[in-house]
Design a binder for this molecule. Structure first.
Ligand code: ARG
Ligand code: ZN
Length: 871
């Protein structure tokens, strides 16, 4: 029952205007939908019926131009309603009913903490009323909300409030109008008892916008950071992209029960409370950064998503890839030293590369799907953002910026495609970008090999690049893609060497464009002979590079490269090589490991390196990324080797790490600058590495840090450091933490994560205890993810326990959750789908658990994931 891109047809009818009247109550809400429809001149069939989708909605009454439709003209089927025999234009009135309180899927209209709210993307609107719920049906909305005044004093919808008043029987109402055309997935309403924090923003053209942040009253003191972030994002979008806000009010509502991070509904964003609420006592620096980034992401959608939207859901990356790119640019602007880029690459490697190499691999623009909710993926979002970044690299920053202006201007108020986007970039740059479009249609991570040859000082250099993309499900054969490879040659002091390409200017950095299977690039008159080559600078393309560099060359890059990514990457390559050797040759490469230790020692002595960069470089890759180095691997062994390597490398360096620490004694100072956060990050990283390296002094220091901490960052830093220790200190701190935050759900999630993610013996008993904890609820996605997520992601010892207990437990939980919330269940099932990458004994048990689930009656969401995993 898949949907295919090639079957796309324009809608048979356009909706000229829409009025929605809500009679709101948690048990049953009645919706009156009035719409003016007209035949779409672009429709393929001139007399096609009107399709209105409905999912779990009761039909109460239906009229066309004031009368009941004649016998046989209104057809109800599994997808909703089909209305035949409509004239050129008609007015429809539909009364329907839905049941918010019973809605545990959290799509459509649902109840959360006694309030009512909505989530419509991608196909939630059809769970509220019958409607042509597809993103290319755009119209203007007038929404009337009526509800009990005491229970729901706040009534919000998209746009501007044009009317409000009291009614008999303790009820009241509000009317909202949104002047902008929008698709139904951007509809939102909120009814509840909420406190409002206000601020204002003056746009670049001088208009004052009211900013309103709605939260439960007890959270009113945790809103400052979100509001400040919003203002920074609004300013940034004006300055960096020339985009101004368009309504008089911008509202954000924090909701406890939410499937995703947040939702960009026009003028009324709904947020997972996790991405709004922050105070130094409850949120870590990472939380502060994540909040700022999600606030910005949803705000940026106002242009990339709302003003210009997607024609169909295959185009999801049109808005998501572009908006992730935009929020990454914003965070880069707020961060220091290129570390944002490193963090993004680390995330891509740990999550998107495995997705692209596994059974769920799909192109950035998929060409079919069984359940669209399963395509809100790292590929569509993060790889999608990489494609945008590559386009900018290829056509140049200024041309790209001009292209964006043209794109927003030309398609304002329309629903378009990724092809439309690329066509604009081709037009403004005068380049043929057709070959580039393969990035959108071809799944899999390209592998690039680089080889070089030199011919003496002052001489010539040749770089030969080859590429190959491995097959992915449904795509056996791959074509070459256009890969921008940014490179520089470094001399013995780490300075860039100049040279020119035939007929080109003298430069010290190049973007080589690899568009064929193999290409050679020549450089002439090198100013010196290179000691090292800095490859893929800034991670200029989402590829796996093999440049066959020697240990000395990598150490040179690690010591000197002025590109933060390339410097970090040199260390990563060394770490990966050491792990590979341990797994493949069953023994440590002692010479290699000594060289790494030596390079790390030099780095720890380097006074010039920025603390945040040092903290980032010192960290070994996570197991899930390392697993990609192997065809199949025993994850427990891999984790042990990784941890052992970390221990061996840092044991001889504990003195060096201790010596840095006094310089970081003042970090818990309440400052939230990038610099202050970077220094805290280094302080916590050093503490964790010293504990991992069995530095005897480190555990009492962690205890002291926890006791003295004035911020959540330092408290979590101490907890993280001891979380893998089978030591009393761990239990003491965790017990204290639980007691302190037991009534604070978002902080309690951190406790759940620490307990579930720890490999300390007794993981299943801890898991049982967490699920019995009074703060745990199966109906809340944050709680469920906080427990099951880290258990599967970081607790290899238990999740991959060789008797299969971990798989059976998780399978059982997925089954249980699926009955309430299919979307979140399908996501949590994903670690099980990686069975082919796990050593055969375990892999077969993972597969068996998937097969057990496949034999049950599960949701379409979960079935889609399982079937692709078993195919
Ligand atoms: N558009 C939202 C965002 O990127 C995500 C909404 C996803 N919703 C879903 N049900 N899959 O911020
Ligand atoms: Zn988004």
């Amino acid at each position: 029952l898949a949907v295919y891109l090639n079957d796309y047809q324009p809608p048979a009818f356009v909706v000229e205007s829409l009025e929605l009247d809500f009679d709101l109550a948690a048990a049953a809400t009645e919706v009156t939908t009035r719409m003016a429809v007209r035949r779409n001149p672009e429709a393929v069939e001139p007399d096609a019926p009107l399709r209105m989708y409905g999912d779990g909605v009761e039909l109460v009454s239906f009229t066309v131009d004031g009368a009941k439709p004649a016998e046989g003209l209104l057809e109800q089927d599994a997808e909703g309603l089909l209305l035949h025999g409509l004239p050129e234009a008609a007015r429809l009135e539909i009364v329907s009913r839905c049941h918010p309180e019973q809605n545990t899927q959290l799509e459509g209209l649902y109840a959360s903490s006694g309030n009512l709210c909505t989530q419509c993307e991608p196909e939630g609107f059809r769970r509220i009323t019958f409607f042509p719920d597809r993103p290319d049906v755009l119209t203007t909305y007038r929404v009337r909300l009526e509800a009990d005044r005491v229970q729901y004093p706040v009534l919000l919808a998209n746009g501007n409030r044009v009317e409000a008043g009291e009614l008999d029987g303790g009820r009241h109402y509000a009317v909202w109008e949104d002047p902008f055309l929008k698709p139904s997935y951007l509809f939102a309403l909120v009814a509840g008892d909420l406190a409002c924090q206000r601020d204002t923003f003056t746009t670049m053209s001088g208009r004052e916008v009211q900013l309103e942040l709605y939260v439960e009253a007890h959270n009113a003191d945790r809103c400052d950071h979100a509001l400040a972030s919003l203002k920074r994002a609004m300013r940034f979008d004006e300055e960096a992209f020339g985009r101004e806000y368009d309504l008089d009010v911008y509202m954000i509502v924090a909701v406890d029960d939410f499937n995703m991070g947040a939702m960009e509904n026009k003028g009324l964003n709904l947020f997972n409370a996790k991405y709004v609420l922050a105070s130094p006592d409850t949120a870590t620096d990472d939380d502060f950064v994540a909040i700022e980034s999600v606030i910005a992401h949803e705000y940026f959608h106002n242009w990339s998503g709302n003003r210009v939207t997607c024609r169909d859901w295959f185009q999801l990356s049109l808005k998501e890839g572009l908006t992730v790119f935009r929020d990454q640019e914003f965070t880069t602007d707020c961060t220091l030293f290129g570390v944002k880029r490193i963090d993004d690459v680390a995330m891509l490697r740990a999550f998107q590369f495995p997705e692209d190499a596994g059974p769920l691999a799909h192109p950035v623009r998929p060409d079919h799907y069984a359940e669209i909710n399963n395509f809100y993926t790292l590929t569509v979002y993060e790889k999608g953002a990489e494609l945008i970044r590559m386009l900018r690299t290829l056509i140049g920053r200024e041309t790209f910026r001009r292209g964006l202006d043209v794109y927003f201007e030309r398609f304002d108020g329309q629903a378009v495609t990724t092809d439309d986007f690329v066509a604009v970039m081709a037009e403004v740059s005068g380049r043929n970008l057709t070959p580039f479009k393969r990035w959108y249609t071809q799944a899999g991570t390209p592998r690039v090999t680089a080889a070089t040859s030199f011919d003496g000082p002052g001489g010539q250099a040749r770089i030969t690049l080859t590429q190959e993309t491995p097959p992915t499900p449904g795509q056996e054969h791959k074509e070459p893609v256009v890969i921008p490879m940014r490179v520089a040659f470094l001399d013995a002091e780490g300075r860039r060497i100049t040279a020119h390409q035939k007929g080109g200017e003298v430069q010290d950095e190049w973007v080589l464009e690899l568009s064929e299977g193999e290409q050679t690039f020549r450089f002439e008159e090198l100013s010196d002979s290179p000691t090292a080559i800095s490859w893929l600078r800034g991670f200029s393309a989402p590829v796996i590079l093999n440049a066959n560099q020697g240990v000395d060359e990598l150490a040179h890059l690690l010591a000197y490269d002025d590109d933060a990514f390339a410097r970090w990457e040199a260390a990563q390559t060394l770490f990966r090589r050491a792990i590979r050797s341990r797994i493949e040759h069953d023994a440590a490469d002692t010479a290699l490991e000594a060289a790494i230790e030596h390079a790390l020692a030099a780095l720890l002595r380097d006074d010039a390196i920025e603390p945040v960069l040092l903290a980032t470089i010192l960290q070994l890759p996570p197991t899930r990324e390392l697993a990609e180095l192997f065809e199949r691997v025993d994850p427990v062994r891999l984790r042990n080797e990784r941890d052992d390597l970390e221990k061996r490398l840092y044991m001889p360096l504990t003195d060096a790490m201790q010596q840095i620490q006094p310089k970081l004694d003042d970090v818990d100072n309440g400052a939230f600058t990038a610099e202050a956060m970077g220094r805290r990050q280094l302080r916590n990283r050093l503490l964790a590495l010293r504990v991992a390296a069995r530095d005897q002094a480190a555990v009492p220091e962690a205890l002291a840090q926890y006791q003295k901490a004035r911020s959540q960052t330092m408290r979590m830093g101490a907890l993280n450091a001891v979380n893998e220790l089978d030591h009393e200190a761990r239990q003491v701190l965790l017990a204290d933490f639980e007691k302190r935050y037991r009534d604070d759900p978002l902080v309690l999630d951190k406790y759940f994560g620490l307990q579930a993610g720890s490999q300390v013996a007794g993981g299943f008993e801890r898991l049982d205890a967490l699920l019995e904890h009074p703060g745990f609820r199966w109906t809340n996605p944050n709680r469920v993810r906080a427990v099951l997520g880290p258990f599967m992601a970081r607790n290899e010892r238990h999740f991959h326990q060789d008797d299969g207990e971990g798989y059976r437990r998780m399978g059982g939980f997925v089954e249980k959750l699926d009955a309430m919330n299919p979307q979140t269940a399908a996501r949590l099932a994903q670690p099980l789908t990686r069975w082919r990458k796990v050593d055969t004994g375990r892999g077969e048990q993972m597969r068996a658990e998937l097969e057990r689930l496949a034999a049950l009656e599960v949701s379409r969401d979960l079935r889609d994931v399982i079937e692709r995993a078993l195919a």
